[in-house]
Ligand binder design. Structure first.
Ligand SMILES: Cc1cc2nc3c(=O)[nH]c(=O)nc-3n(C[C@H](O)[C@H](O)[C@H](O)COP(=O)(O)OP(=O)(O)OC[C@H]3O[C@@H](n4cnc5c(N)ncnc54)[C@H](O)[C@@H]3O)c2cc1C
Length: 391
């Protein structure tokens, strides 16, 4: 198994439970990959630097939560948008769905589709903000058909969070597995029925490397992996998040229970609170082109830009007590936040997922073909699927 994220751990757990011997090679010194639950002093809630919410009702996530005994916490979705100096109430989820209600029969980019549509300017603005923030996508590249399919269902159910964060779920999967941390894979040598990686030999391997890592070519396949088509038809969307702790949740006094604050003109266009948990934590979020523009900046610069966004939204300059920053596109073992489909790439996920010679199997969020790509639930599902294929 290559990678100890949600997909790799789900697959390894399923194989181990079926009595197979599995070793998991993980580059980092921790498990979880793009799920990374941290803590901040003075904040009595988990601080997620990767996945935080449960989108929809993904079977694999809900089953795992039930096994571990972790309940879901309904999260609030009230939103305000900074518009001509005022924070007005909006519903970006609803606007996004309206904008994409009648998808094009021939695929075009999201930007082109929206430009052709007659819609109020605010609806277009919110939908564009969603495609960049929620999907981490470049509106000029992303498939309008894929976004329409995703959004037709994505906002039908209230978002939840796993109580205590994602960490306990992944710890549960990893229990008793042979996970070798600090083991970056640089080359995968294979032929039918045999794989050699980092001095280990096996009859099969499941590759759960993130899309961005596969695209970067930092892991060599010998012989070459013939997956150029799907790899160019998908993109790995950049995301930067900054978790900021304050002395008090200063926004509550003025605005009450608001979950999301949007200021599309800011470097970090969206900020959110951990409601219903009342703790002094704000998450600043940038995805898509906004994140591309900042990726690779120093931690200090990113915190400054996040604070500038706080100033823009709230018109004040509160002191932060601590901050955590994660720039996923700059992370060599992620090279992006999560995947999206480019115009015309409808079949790419299936092609990426296709096993080779009953020897190499592929899992990971980008290979999900059940409409759950880009999520933890989707990654878990692909791990279970790949384990089944192997068995
Ligand atoms: C900021 C952010 C917010 C998100 N929010 C949500 C959310 O709210 N809800 C949701 O459902 N999903 C969310 N997601 C998406 C979700 O986190 C991912 O879809 C999911 O965790 C991906 O799991 P994976 O196993 O496919 O990949 P990963 O978790 O990336 O696992 C791949 C593993 O491979 C390892 N690896 C990489 N290169 C090598 C190498 N050369 N050798 C060995 N190991 C290697 C990595 O370190 C990693 O551990 C978010 C993602 C990000 C980045």
């Amino acid at each position: 198994m290559i990678g100890a994220g949600a997909a790799g751990l789900a697959a390894a757990r399923a194989l181990a439970d079926a009595g197979r011997s599995v070793a998991v090679l993980e580059a980092r010194e921790r498990i979880g990959g793009r799920c990374w639950t941290r803590r901040l002093p003075g904040v009595a809630a988990p601080v997620e630097l990767g996945a935080e919410f449960i989108h929809g009702r993904p079977r694999a996530t809900l089953d795992l939560m039930a096994r571990v005994g972790v309940p879901g916490v309904d999260s609030s979705e009230t939103q305000r948008l900074l518009d001509r100096g005022r924070l007005r109430e909006v519903d970006a989820f609803d606007a996004a769905q309206k904008a994409m209600s009648r998808p094009p029969s021939r695929d075009v980019s999201f930007a082109e589709f929206l430009a052709r549509k007659k819609l109020p300017a605010l609806t277009k603005r919110l939908a564009t903000m969603m495609v960049q923030g929620f999907d981490a996508a470049d509106p000029r590249l992303v498939s309008a058909r894929d976004i329409a399919a995703e959004w037709s269902e994505a906002f039908e159910t209230a978002e939840m969070r796993p109580q205590g964060g994602y960490r306990p779920l992944l710890d549960f999967l990893a229990q008793g597995l042979d996970v070798r941390l600090g083991s970056p894979v640089r080359e995968i040598r294979w032929r039918r029925g045999e794989v050699e990686v980092n001095g280990l030999r096996a009859s099969k391997a499941i590759v759960t490397l993130p899309l961005g890592v596969l695209q970067a070519g930092s892991v060599r396949f010998s012989p070459h992996l013939r997956k150029e088509e799907p790899l160019t038809a998908l993109a790995s969307g950049p995301v930067i998040r900054v978790a900021m702790a304050f002395r008090e949740p200063f926004w509550e006094k003025r605005f009450g229970d608001v979950a999301f604050f949007h200021a599309p003109q800011s470097p970090f266009p969206t900020m959110w609170t951990p409601l219903p948990m009342r703790v002094p934590l704000l998450t600043a979020w940038a995805g898509g082109p906004k994140a591309s523009a900042m990726t690779g900046s120093s931690r200090r610069d990113l915190v400054d830009l996040a604070l500038r966004s706080v100033r823009t939204v709230f018109g004040r300059d509160p002191k932060i007590t601590a901050a955590l920053v994660q720039d996923w596109a700059a992370d060599p073992f992620a090279r992006g936040g999560y995947s999206y489909v480019k115009v015309g790439g409808e079949r790419a996920r299936r092609a990426l997922a296709r096993p080779i010679d009953r020897t190499l199997y592929f899992a990971g969020e980008a290979t999900n073909t059940e409409g759950e790509a880009g999520t933890v639930g989707g990654a878990l599902q692909t791990g279970l699927r790949a384990a089944e294929e192997c068995l």
